[in-house]
Write a protein that binds this ligand. Sequence first.
Ligand SMILES: *Cc1c(COP(=O)(O)O)cnc(C)c1O
Length: 411
Amino acid sequence: MAITRAECQALDARDPLRDVRDEFALPPGIVYLLGNSLGALPRRTPERVARTVETEWGVHMGASWNTAGWWDLPESTGDRIAPLIGAGPGQVLAGDSTSVNIFKAVTGALPLRPGRRVVVSDLDNFPTDRYVVQGAVAALGSYEIRDIGSGAGLAGLEDALGDDVALVLLSQVDYRTGALRDMAAVTRQVHEAGAIMIWDLCHSAGAVPVEVGEADLAVGCTYKYLNGGPGAPAYIYVAPRHQEAVRNVISGWHGHAAPFAFEPDYRPATGVRRFATGSPPVLSYAALNASLDIWERVDLREVRAKSQAMTSLFIELVDDAGTDLVLATPRDPERRGSQVSYRHPDGYPVVRALADRGVVGDFREPDVMRFGFAPLYLRYVDAYDAATALAEVLREDLWRDERYARRLTVT
Ligand SMILES: *Cc1c(COP(=O)(O)O)cnc(C)c1O
């Protein structure tokens, strides 16, 4: 192999992020390459959640809406997410799921382009993005969806754009292949066609230093690279120029201008707060904020440099092993997020056999094995061990064991 395990250990010793790993509670003997799906548990999260339960809820009870800042959690947490996506204070609201935020963003933004009736959607996007657009269009009536083809680059998008297009919704990083879109270039192209650009940042925030730039709206989740925990609040970004014009269709009391006036009619709050709807899941915000404490201390350029180095190392090692895997991720590190995907007709049993050897990745239909590299807690030696185990599972046909063939509910 091109690089030895000892050389990987030397890289770890020089890694400027090496101490950040200690902030995470990682089970022994596991190489966790699923941080792109559910991030690892920060060591301080349990005590933070326990404090919220035992003290804020158990002792101060309802007073905590004021004294512990519960009421303001969507904004205060959003302000802490903002630097991770290149946004400023008052531009990001944390809450709901990504799916719900996509609905709010799409239905809120469409009226900004009266007369235009087309929503451009990507066939390769994460299914919920497509499903929610389909639901929003069905609910609003008189809009239609124009799908861009598989893997369409800027040229494919150009063909779909026209003076009938109101809005384009795309993911910055493809959840299957890890391919990274040029956000600034795409946003410019969409704006030149007069349409609104909404970005889904689920696979990019925490994986690459995101710059929302000229984007109109953006959404993302916090349980992947951001390590907020299962079901952690998602977020929505609204560019300041749109904040007073965009309406939240799910106009609940938490987004009202004077929620405790208990007026009979809805009046939107100013700013991004109007995107709040109902009572926030306070315990989940506690977990997310424990994770954001870590993000506040790391340099995103170092995260990106380590992510590119680790994914390149993994690709080189798998290349050297001479397997029949087909790389689905761009080789150019500038064109990928923080995951490496391979196509293999028996990808599912291969992933299961790997998990039995302590290397945890996942599988996405029809034939994609995904390996996420979360730079905060993974080491170069983990990339080495994962590549070695993958090569062994394939070389020795270990995946052919019949117990790996049966699909579990979550793949
Ligand atoms: C993970 C992911 C989601 C998740 O949506 P939820 O509503 O949180 O389940 C949505 N879109 C993309 C692109 C994702 O990667």
